[in-house]
Write a protein that binds this ligand. Sequence first.
Ligand SMILES: [Zn+2]
Length: 197
Amino acid sequence: MAENIEITPRTGTAFTLNKGQRLTVIDPKGVQVSDLVAFNRHDPEEVISNGRTLDYASRIFLTTGDPLYSNRSNVMLKIVADNSPGKHDFLLTPCSKDTFRIIYGDKEPHQGCFGNIAGAIEPYGISPDRIPCAFNCFMYVTVDSESGELKVLPPITKAGDSIEFVAEMDLIIALTACSALQSNGGSFKPIQYKVSD
Ligand SMILES: [Zn+2]
């Protein structure tokens, strides 16, 4: 059995995933978001694409059975199990210094998921400008069907909820315990993950 690895609050990590391996992302305490980005390990110009994925799915809420496509329309990951309410966001970018400056008015903003991802992918030679819109596990964002207004609501996950992906190519994954108060019901919790064959 693979061990669960913990990502401490407001941090992130990166690791490789081989084609066929499974990644489980766990919300151990509930009400906590985890941003996930994926790069083709053999050519990091190929990245996970919310535009391609949502276009082909014709839905904004993705769950078990849904593929996550790259900017080249190849399937990078597939959701194989979703032990959560099935509300994950794929519209919004990783929270960042600028998110906290522009939305929250912070004078000394935290580097956010964006900064955490940038630091984690640097050893793989990938620059921050390559960071795409993340698949935000457990992040609950609704859209008003008339006005198009977006609402970032607290996640509706319970302790121990999880989502499991299978890699459809060799990948570099970056994963965070999200740093934005609004996305996480007002407090910062850890995230856990495990990789299994
Ligand atoms: Zn975040």
